[in-house]
Structures are given as C-alpha cells and as structure tokens.
Design a protein around this ligand. Structure first.
Ligand code: AMP
Ligand code: MN
Ligand code: MN
Ligand code: MN
Length: 297
C-alpha cells in the first residue's frame, strides 16, 4: 500500500544502480546486501562510464541469491552540448571495445575535476579538488557528485543545492565536457551483447519534440529501451513515457537510480520498482528475467 492507501504492485527488479565504482556511496558488497534485504531478485549494476564493478557484483549477487544484470550508464554529449545518459544492460564486461572506450572516457574525469576546482577557486572556494577526491573511492570516476558532497560538508551549499548553486550548466563550477557521442555509446553497448536504454528521460526537461528527436536518433543506432519507472519520474512523467513506449515502439525499463539511501528528496530503495502497466512491453525478456515470479508470493 502507498500513502494514499492505493494498492500498488512492485517487482523485484532494479535495472539502474550505482556504487563507489562511480558516484554511489555504498560498496558493491553493501549494495547487494541492501538489495537482498529489500526483497530484490534481479539487480543491475550501472555505474557511470565503468564496468569495473561487474565481476565483484556478480559474486556478491550470487552470495545473496540475486541475479546480476551487468550494466553501465554512459555519459553522452548530444546535439552540441546537452548531457544525457544511456544505460546498457546485459553487456559483456570483458568486451574490449567497451572496456577501452570507457577507460578513455574516465581518463577525462581527473582533468575535468581540476578545471572545476580552478573555477571554484576563482569564486573564492579553495581546496575543492582535494576535497572532492576525499569523497571519491575510485579517483578515475571523480564526479560532480563528489564536489557536491564536499561543498555541502563545508557549508558552501545546503544539502541538495550544490548543483543549482555551483555545478549545473551556467554555474561557476561547471565545465563543459565532450563525453561519448550517441551513436558510439549505443554501438559499444550493442556490440558487447547488451541492449541500450535511454536513462531517466524526464530529467532532461526536453520538449516532447526534442525527446522524440532523441528517440528517433537513438533507435536509428539500434537502441531499444527507455526508462519508464525511475526514482526521478513523477506519475505524469510515467504517463508521458508510457505513451511514448507505445507510439515509438520502445521497451520500458525500471530502475531506482540508487546512489545513496538518504537522497535529500526522498528515500530510495534499491532492488524493487513499480511494475509497468501490463500493456507496455518491457526489456525483461531480453535480459532473461523470469516474469512468472512477479505474481508469486
Ligand atoms: P558527472 O558525471 O560528474 O557530470 O556527474 C553527474 C551526476 O551528478 C549524475 O549522475 C547525478 O548523480 C548527479 N547529479 C546531476 N545533476 C544533479 C542535481 N541537480 N542534483 C543532484 N545530483 C545531480
Ligand atoms: Mn550519478
Ligand atoms: Mn543518470
Ligand atoms: Mn544513474
């Protein structure tokens, strides 16, 4: 039951989550234990621009009687300078094209971090590079999230406000970065045996026309999925995306996009997600997910 006393169906599938391999705050081991505790069964690991956590995740999933869906969330620069994210699911973490391409992407993160820190220093905030690094377990995955953690911890921004104040496009700490292009990201994923999924589409605040342009281009490269259920989506977002799943023949995906337990907005539980409406086709069969378990228990 939810807070309105409406029955709501949840499924033990989570196709989007982060760990300390990128900007999440739990280790792979801690994440899988939490997923088990939450009643999850199929858990993806989709760290930003890395598959380095996958083999450990497979082991930890197995210890907890979970099935790991090996994944990645690739940063993409689209139409000039718009940042979007493409999730790959069912990828082969040993595929050399995928691994080398992601290694190249992560190599840019330290340099970008230094530039972010220089910009913040000009605005009177010193020590941000070392500060952000102290929140980052895998330095090559240095993220704006780590800068946000440090800025908040040092009183430069209120919890949840460091992006709006310093790190979002147009703010003093923002450094435009050329990430992967859309075609390459989709190809790296599909060439490694995975399926490509547009991550949290509502977060981009695109017009419907622009979102359809993205979908058409994405599909032309072989992308087949879109996140319908995501912790950043409202009910209205879900309705909009469900209609796009039908009209654009996209398969729906579900993902918590878990980074840490206490997000400033709400509590996010990895491992379980709302069930997509029955009439909407999903990515599940492409990932070997046994849907008959959804109706058991
Ligand atoms: P990066 O890949 O270093 O550019 O960092 C992007 C990450 O920052 C995303 O994956 C989110 O986890 C986080 N992020 C982006 N925008 C916001 C925001 N407005 N508030 C909080 N976190 C954000
Ligand atoms: Mn993130
Ligand atoms: Mn994302
Ligand atoms: Mn994510």
């Amino acid at each position: 039951m939810n807070s309105n006393n409406q029955p709501r169906q949840y499924i033990p599938v989570d196709l989007h989550a982060h760990t300390t391999h990128s900007d999440g705050s739990l280790s792979v081991k801690e994440l899988m234990a939490m997923v088990k505790n939450n009643g999850g069964k199929y858990q993806a690991l989709t760290d930003h621009d890395t598959v380095n956590g996958i083999s450990e995740a497979r082991e930890e999933a197995s210890k907890n009687e979970l099935t790991l869906i090996p994944g990645v969330e690739i940063s993409v620069t689209w139409t000039g300078n718009t940042l979007i994210h493409i999730v790959g699911l069912g990828v082969d973490e040993k595929n050399s094209q995928l691994v080398e391409s992601l290694d190249n992407m992560r190599n840019q993160r330290i340099e970008r971090g230094k530039k972010i820190a220089q910009n913040l220093a000009r605005a009177g905030i010193g020590g941000a590079f070392e500060g952000a690094m102290s929140y980052c377990k895998n330095p090559e995955s240095l993220s704006r999230t780590h800068f946000s953690d440090w800025l908040v911890a040092n009183g430069y921004a209120k919890p949840g406000k460091a992006f709006d104040k310093f790190l979002a496009p147009g703010r003093v700490g923002y450094v435009a970065q050329k990430w992967a292009n859309l075609e390459d990201a989709v190809k790296w994923i599909t060439n490694s045996g995975g399926i490509a999924v547009i991550a949290h589409p509502a977060r981009y605040k695109f017009t419907r026309t622009k979102l359809i342009k993205l979908i058409d281009e994405f599909k032309s490269y072989g992308g087949i999925g879109i996140e319908l259920i995501s912790s950043s989506h409202s009910l209205q977002d879900e309705a909009n995306i469900a209609s796009l799943c039908v009209s654009k023949e996209l398969l729906a995906s579900v993902g918590s996009d878990f980074h840490k337990t206490e997000s400033y907005r709400r509590r996010i539980n990895p491992g379980i997600n709302k069930r997509p409406p029955n009439k909407i086709p999903t990515v599940f069969k492409h990932l070997g997910i046994d849907e008959t378990i959804f109706d058991v228990e």
